[in-house]
Design a protein around this ligand. Sequence first.
Ligand code: HEC
Length: 173
Amino acid sequence: MFTRSLVAALLIAAPAMAAESPHFGQPITDADIAAWAIDIAPDGRGLPAGRGTAVQGEAIYVEKCAVCHGFDGVGTPADALAGGQGTLGTAKAIKTVGSFWPYAPIIFDYTRRAMPLNNPQTLTNDEVYALTAYILKLNGLVGAKEVMNAKSLPRVKMPNRDGFTPIYPGNLK
Ligand code: HEC
């Protein structure tokens, strides 16, 4: 209940509270933004330094990913990461990273940002490159010892690279 004396007490306390305010409205600094600006463009812009191969990625995958994505990325209980290539145009489309995702750098972005589901953003950049290489290897897109880094990853052509139609006002029918 807002009694008259409570309101008076609040008015008296207000200057003290202002001094301890949570600083709402404080300008955000570049350092604040940098911690959140970890997105990577489809062409690989934003990829950090680091490297990894599928051989290195397999060991990490077995330890941190297989429990949810299955050995060899076949899925269960979570999404399949491999397989399904050539099924998208059929009645039984199987969408996996290998069959559906159009750009390889996005695998790095997603894995670094969101996986492992129970402990996201704990992987080093080298680990994420290695895991990305392993997922690509499971899909037959890179070799076991091929190094994935900021230069090589954007050059991997995903099978569904041209399967998406950009939406411009002109091609909306
Ligand atoms: C605790 C379970 C769990 C673990 C561990 C886990 N994931 Fe996932 N992962 C999921 C779930 C659930 C999804 C689907 C999330 C969604 O659609 O929002 C997913 C989605 C993904 C996708 C996107 C799949 C798609 O087709 O959309 C990738 C790539 C992936 N995980 C990679 C990894 C990697 C690499 C690791 C190990 C570092 C890992 N995950 C560990 C549960 C897990």
